[in-house]
Write a protein that binds this ligand. Structure first.
Ligand SMILES: [Zn+2]
Length: 194
């Protein structure tokens, strides 16, 4: 007899089930899943919610969402893109989120995570700016909170990010600080290309 191939892991089965939920048209099953997750009264639009709930301590999303925090983000090159926990592939705008209650860290696509909680809403302003090489208050706040930039650099950026013209010294400093922030977010392969 040929060797029996091992079953796919529970995690990948789950990812596939959720991807099917997202793309499939089976309303009944979706409704049943909502009920199971305690979300029957809430219109569920984000496929990532049941995944996050599975790794949360609270059983209802209203409570569970407060358990999740953004750890950091990465902008990857297509070649080292990853798969979102919802099953979507490839994702290049990675959001690494953590749940301190259940001690879980997950990699989620930007498009999935920024629709589930206000905690992640600033991501809507961070990724577009980074992709255009710009700085804005959301990027400054992100970098300061993670000690990517110090207080002096934060104040400097806050003062100059909106300016249209710079002195030579300001421009050099701005480029230096921007380089530091982008290096912490943009993957090496992507940095080589852009
Ligand atoms: Zn996703």
């Amino acid at each position: 007899m040929p060797p029996v191939r091992p079953d796919p892991s529970g995690a990948s089965r789950e990812a596939r089930r959720i991807a099917e939920m997202r793309h499939g048209s089976s309303g009944t099953r979706l409704e049943a899943d909502r009920e199971g997750a305690g979300l029957v009264t809430r219109k569920l639009t984000a496929p990532i919610v049941p995944v996050l709930l599975r790794y949360s301590s609270a059983s209802k999303w209203e409570d569970a969402k407060t358990e999740w925090r953004l750890n950091h983000i990465e902008w990857r090159d297509t070649e080292d893109a990853e798969t979102c926990e919802c099953g979507h592939h490839p994702i290049c705008e990675l959001c690494i989120v953590e749940n301190e209650v259940t001690n879980t860290t997950l990699t989620i696509g930007n498009c999935c995570i920024n629709q589930v909680s206000p905690e992640f809403e600033q991501l809507k302003r961070i990724f577009p700016a980074i992709k255009q090489g710009r700085i804005n208050p959301a990027v400054i706040d992100y970098a300061r909170k993670r000690n990517i930039i110090n207080q002096w650099e934060t104040d400097f950026l806050s003062n100059v990010w909106r300016k249209r013209t710079y002195t030579k010294n300001q421009l050099a400093k701005l480029d230096q600080i921007k380089g530091k922030i982008f290096k912490s977010i943009v993957s090496p392969a992507r940095r080589l290309r852009t």
